[in-house]
Ligand binder design. Structure first.
Ligand code: IVH
Length: 732
């Protein structure tokens, strides 16, 4: 397990968050393939949700780090080819999750803020059906196609199979059927039907299904529709996609209309005007859950007024106007057998609990994060007691839980069951991997950081191996055939101690210094393939090169910022040495140096200034970057690496929206939308929104009551438009 996988989201540094997002993207994509592509899940639904929730939680804390292939952007699975593809005219998106009452209250408050509305807003509440979504296209009332969600953009054409469901009318009859009407909803199998089907399958010696959801998916995706027809599939309609007109003004009325046209609609759906009433419906549905004949995993709330839905729009993969309030995670009690310490790439010592395996919400759990030494001692990150100050010891009986978080956590300890000889856990002050001193630096507030770090740097085998893994990782060098496993093996064989060594392997092999062919599993072909893959990476884009160095706080986003700013490796490296010297002058205090540079008080301060001027790059990252290059060992490794590889210069990206790449400032009162709505709109169009006017501002959108920002923009000769001008410009 990676270091970050067990960490509390709140405690992740930007760099760790980045590693964690990469790990989650990979893992979720793997489950997606198994789940949607092959209808054979490799993970329980609750765990899958937990992975996604963790991904969203990390992204919420670090919005700049959201990956292009983030599971929150890319919906569902990539497709298998058996079925013809259908591209959804309106993408089929997912829902954000809420895990408790507060999340729901936040969701409602967020919407009111976004819309700048104080009064009550009506919401619908209905069960979240645990099935698979289906889009049914009707033209002139006749069913013309049925498509699965697929990856959200393109689904599979399962029209023939969909026609076999009793709940799916071939012809829509009733009032106001639009010319084009795409009805969306959930295909599911009843619990009783599932059990009966599985029993029959078992009797016939066929493979049984895991749960009703996957049975429904497997049944719908049969190449022979006669098989689908023999399966008791059902369908609830709850939404729509591409339509020629929307005949009603609210969610509730639209769903009622779907009912009138012949669809099954869920009887537990209701319309509510307050958070309390929504939560009351949630509890009612939760009470009825066990008695329902279909699986549900939460309650979906949607803004009722369709005009408001339209204004609220979407954030990446989910609508702002809806949320899924999930049913809670489970707790379990077990024994904390042992506390182990893992050492990460940056030297962080992370304690992990080894547990007597126990089932939590249907999943066997044997490890949990313990965060850091304070957490074990019963101290929170604010220095105040947690668990009323109870510490955790090996041998303790503990409660573990999983909620919106893939890695289980230890919630509490039962002191009445503590063995008489249990000893307080002594957190090591030396690194378990290399024996170097491990220290807790002071954080910005002058308190010891919660993380203790090994000071061994490159000589620590744990840091070195983790650093190599990072270097060959997907977002860095990504060498085919050289992953985590090889990084570890080659290090242990003494063949690759640092990144540069990877690129000298072939030469050394030719001189018979490595004898690769004789090592486990390596034959001539695999060695040749490996060398070819390594050769291919002698040149990678500059941002990957920078990212691969594994500098603390310099993750994917910061690496891109640096690469875009400096373009070439030479331009990037040139200022580093000078900055090392400057930082020394200021006793390592980056903030003081920044201040002095801004007042023009530092000779040669432009190089530091050039780093500070990179929008989005913070002082912590700048300091970490400069300190990295100040370390002679690390600098040597960089130079050795540069003797082998050539980073490619990075070009700038352009897009065709009139405001793409521009910096926009909003000021004064906006009358047609909230600031958040305006900001979201600008960002959708590729603009950057800033809070203050400066020489970098391209456009000021000024409403009534605009003050000093307007004056300043006028004096700087910046283009100024009003709210309507803005709406005209961005095409709304
Ligand atoms: S509304 C734009 N309502 O949950 C989103 N979805 O996590 C429209 N689902 O893909 C979805 N019951 O497959 C909605 N009552 C319900 C639902 C529901 C189940 C599924 C649906 C969707 C997923 C989102």
């Amino acid at each position: 397990m990676s270091e970050t996988a067990v960490m509390d989201v709140e405690k992740l540094s930007a760099e760790q968050a980045e590693a964690e997002l990469a790990r989650l993207a990979e893992e979720i994509a793997r489950h997606d393939r198994a789940y949607h592509g092959e209808d054979a899940p490799t993970i329980r639904d609750a765990d899958y949700d937990a992975l996604r929730a963790r991904n969203s939680a990390v992204e919420a804390r670090f919005p700049d780090l959201v990956r292009e292939d983030s599971p929150s952007v890319r919906v569902g699975a990539t497709l298998q080819s058996q079925f013809e593809k259908i591209t959804h005219r309106v993408p089929m998106l997912s829902l954000d999750n809420a895990f408790n009452d507060d999340d729901v209250a936040d969701f409602v408050a967020r919407i009111k803020r976004f819309l700048r509305m104080d009064g009550d807003i009506a919401f619908t509440a209905e069960p979240k059906i645990d099935g698979l979504s289906l889009a049914l296209r009707y033209e002139q009332g006749r069913l013309v196609s049925a498509a699965t969600r697929g990856d959200g953009v393109t689904g599979e054409n399962v029209t023939q199979n969909a026609r076999t469901l009793n709940d799916i009318p071939d012809q829509l009859t009733g009032p106001d059927v639009p010319e084009v009407m795409e009805v969306r909803g959930e295909v599911y199998m009843g619990k009783a039907d599932f059990l009966a089907l599985n029993q029959r399958m078992a009797e016939e010696g066929k493979q049984t299904y895991v749960n009703p959801r996957n049975t429904a998916a497997g049944s719908l995706r049969q190449l022979d529709s006669a098989i689908t027809a023999s399966r008791p599939l059902k369908f609830f309609a709850y939404a729509w996609g591409d339509v020629s007109t929307v005949p009603r003004g609210s969610q509730f009325e639209m769903v009622q209309l779907l009912g009138e046209w012949g669809f099954s609609i869920n009887p537990l759906m209701g319309r509510f005007e307050s958070v309390e009433a929504m939560l009351e419906r949630y509890r009612l549905i939760e009470e009825q859950r066990a008695g329902l004949d279909y699986d549900i995993d939460g309650v979906v709330y949607k803004v009722d007024d369709l005009a408001l839905q339209e204004r609220l729009g979407f954030v990446s993969r989910s609508p702002r106007w809806a949320v899924a309030h999930k049913f809670p995670a489970e707790l379990a009690t077990t024994i904390l057998e042992k506390i182990e310490i893992q050492v990460g790439r940056t030297g962080a010592l992370s304690p992990v609990a080894r547990l007597t395996p126990v089932t939590v919400g249907g999943v066997v759990v044997s490890n949990a994060t313990l965060h850091n030494e304070d957490y074990i001692a019963g101290i929170g990150s604010d220095g105040l007691p947690i668990r009323e100050g109870r510490d955790l010891r090996e041998g303790d009986t503990v409660t573990v839980y999983r909620a919106g978080d893939v890695i289980p956590k230890v919630m509490d300890v039962d002191l009445s069951k503590r063995p008489a000889d249990a000893q307080p856990f002594v957190f090591p002050e030396t690194c378990p991997a290399c024996g170097s001193v491990a220290v807790r630096d002071l954080n910005a507030k002058g308190r010891p950081d919660s993380v203790r770090r090994c000071t061994g740097g490159f000589m620590c085998p744990a840091q070195a191996v983790e650093g190599l893994k990072h270097f060959v990782g997907r977002d860095a060098y990504d060498i085919d055939g050289f992953g985590d496993k090889q990084a570890e093996a080659f290090y242990n064989w003494g063949l690759v101690m640092n990144p540069a060594d990877i690129f000298t392997l072939q030469k050394r092999n030719e001189r018979s210094l490595t004898k690769l062919q004789n090592r486990d599993g390596y034959g001539k072909t695999s060695v040749d393939n490996l060398f070819a893959a390594i050769e291919e990476r002698r040149s990678v884009p500059l941002d990957r090169f920078i990212y691969g160095l594994g500098i603390r706080h310099v993750g994917r986003t910061n690496s891109k910022l640096l690469a875009r700013h400096y373009h070439t490796i030479e331009a990037f490296l040139a200022p580093m040495e000078n900055n090392v010297a400057l930082l020394e002058q200021f006793a390592g205090d980056g903030a003081a140096l920044t201040k002095a540079v801004s007042k023009d008080e530092v000779e040669g301060g432009e190089t530091w200034g050039s780093l500070v001027s990179i929008d989005g790059l913070g002082t912590v990252a700048i300091q970490a970057l400069v300190q990295f290059f100040a370390d002679a060992d690390r600098r040597r490794v960089v130079d050795e690496l540069l003797a082998e590889v050539t980073p490619e210069p990075v070009e700038l990206v352009v897009s065709d929206s009139p405001v793409a790449g521009k910096t926009v400032v909003f000021t004064g009162t906006l009358e047609q939308m909230s600031r958040d709505e305006a900001k979201a709109m600008a960002e959708r169009k590729g603009a950057k929104v800033s809070g203050s006017v400066s020489g970098k501002t391209d456009l000021l959108v000024a409403g009534p009551k605009a003050g000093s920002k307007l004056t300043k923009a006028q004096s700087l000769g910046i283009e100024i438009i009003d709210e309507q001008g803005w709406l005209d410009l961005v095409g709304n």
